[in-house]
Design a protein around this ligand. Structure first.
Ligand code: 4AD
Ligand code: MG
Length: 437
């Protein structure tokens, strides 16, 4: 007997088929049982008629516990009232493991309880939908960059020095009393591979010892980072625009079912199309200050600070698509950023702020090209000079304007799904207070 998956039922209408999965839910009514089976591709309602199966099968199914594993054989029947359009009339069934007391029941559970049971929570419909959307985001990212001629050049996870500031480093013991740090960004390595391949990207786990408990921060997340040789800040903004609109279009196209489960307002995703508004940091400050005068912003924003979450929400709330804020004060940005030739106090960096309060999803910009400038910056940021010697070689041998960005997959996925917190967008989130399961 051929095994099929629930998402293939349409191709097997009227046939006998075998399904393997877990019991999602069980209803009974006299001489009828309605076990719902899930197999990872979907959920289907099965119908068991007492007189049509052996007494042993009836007994094994009639009070079967949630998430028991089983194999079901039956005839696939179209039913317009069924959620997926099909039901299965059971002729045979075999329980592999009968469970008792599955901890996650249809009743409400608190988030901490669910997070403690993350290994099981992933089986639920909503979590399933979120991870499916994540998968599509990842595929869209890879396909987009591959099609645009970027070469995948993954960066190391164990690194000798900081890339994004020394306050969020995870330190690990390396050999012979040496310290290593979990990567905060593959960017510096991207700059090397971009000089070798032209257009590159790295895509992997990224670590930040973030002591903050916010809806946007994980200590381990996945970042995709494209980098382009002979490119500028404007090229990065153009790429970000095409990149994000492509992801949104792909999610809309491939994940309609999941977006429905998540009750996502898809109009919000449909409006993610170029061109995205571009705002200089200076203009953003003016808007925030005017907002304060009007009583719409709580505290007066002073020029020179980094934008906080409420500032980002206020600014991006004015648009229906992502907002690109560029040319931040150099003082709040990383050591490697190129300065604006017109204004030395500004860095040629950009943050792309998603609408609906999702905030920064992309950070990037143009890199400093001058050897002397970078040597000064490394000193000023108190970074260990010897660990950056190789990086400075990139300015000694064939220095050119180059630029790139990083996007956190979890922030992008949370935005696509329209969900509150990034913790649900990765199978096993790592946060300040969570290392388990
Ligand atoms: O703005 P960030 O820190 O930029 C960089 O690391 C650059 N070196 C990237 C580059 O230019 N190649 O981080 C980039 C993105 C953020 O916009 C956000 O989406 C995500 O990474 N991110 C986080 N996501 C979840 N949890 C965290 N703690 C994150 N920190 C950054
Ligand atoms: Mg940033």
């Amino acid at each position: 007997m051929q095994q099929i998956y629930i998402n293939q039922l349409a191709e097997h209408e009227g046939e006998e088929a075998t399904l393997k999965g877990w019991l999602y839910n069980l209803r009974s009514s006299g001489k009828l049982l309605f076990p719902q089976l899930r197999d990872g591709t979907g959920v289907v309602q099965c119908v068991v008629v007492k007189k049509d199966v052996s007494p042993e099968i009836w007994e094994s199914l009639k009070s079967l516990g949630q998430e028991s594993s089983l194999i079901v054989r039956g005839r696939v029947r179209a039913d317009s009232r069924a959620p997926g359009g099909y039901e299965v009339d059971v002729t045979d069934a075999k329980v592999l493991q009968a469970t008792e007391g599955y901890p996650i029941t249809p009743k409400e559970h608190g988030t901490e309880f669910l997070m403690d049971h993350r290994h099981l929570w992933l089986r639920s419909r909503r979590q399933h939908a979120v991870i499916k959307v994540r998968h599509t985001v990842v595929r869209a990212v890879r396909d987009f960059l591959d099609d645009e001629g970027f070469t995948l050049c993954d960066a190391p996870v164990l690194t000798p020095a900081a890339c994004e500031g020394t306050t969020t480093l995870f330190e690990v013991d390396y050999f012979d009393d040496e310290k290593a740090y979990l990567t905060q960004s593959g960017q510096l390595y991207n700059e090397a591979t971009a000089a070798a391949f032209g257009k590159v990207y790295c895509f992997g786990p990224t670590f930040r010892a973030e002591k903050s408990k916010t809806r946007r921060h994980l200590t381990e997340f996945w970042m995709v980072e494209p980098e382009m040789a002979f490119a500028t800040l404007d090229d990065v903004m153009d790429l970000s625009e095409r990149f994000l609109s492509n992801i949104a279009a792909r999610v809309l196209d491939e994940r309609a079912e999941e977006l429905k489960v998540l009750e996502r307002d898809t109009a919000k995703l449909e409006s993610i199309v170029p061109p995205f508004p571009r705002l200089q940091y200076d203009e953003a400050v003016k808007i925030l200050q005017e907002g304060f005068e009007r009583g719409e912003v709580e505290t007066r924003f002073e020029w020179g600070g980094d934008l906080g979450a409420p500032d980002e929400t206020y600014l991006s709330g004015r648009y229906d698509r992502p907002l690109m804020v560029h040319r931040y004060p150099a003082a709040v940005k990383a050591f490697y950023m190129k300065r604006d030739p017109e204004r030395d106090d500004l860095a040629l960096g950009v943050d792309v702020l998603a609408p609906e309060g999702y905030g920064e999803v992309i950070g990037g910009g143009e890199r400093a090209t001058s050897l002397e400038f970078l040597e000064e910056q490394i000193k000023a940021h108190e970074l260990p000079a010897e660990a950056f010697e190789w990086y400075l070689d990139l300015r000694r041998y064939g220095s050119q304007p180059h630029a790139g960005f990083g996007m956190g997959i979890e922030r992008c996925t949370a935005w696509m799904c329209g969900i509150e917190h990034v913790r649900e967008t990765i199978p096993f989130p790592r946060m300040l207070n969570r290392l388990r399961p």
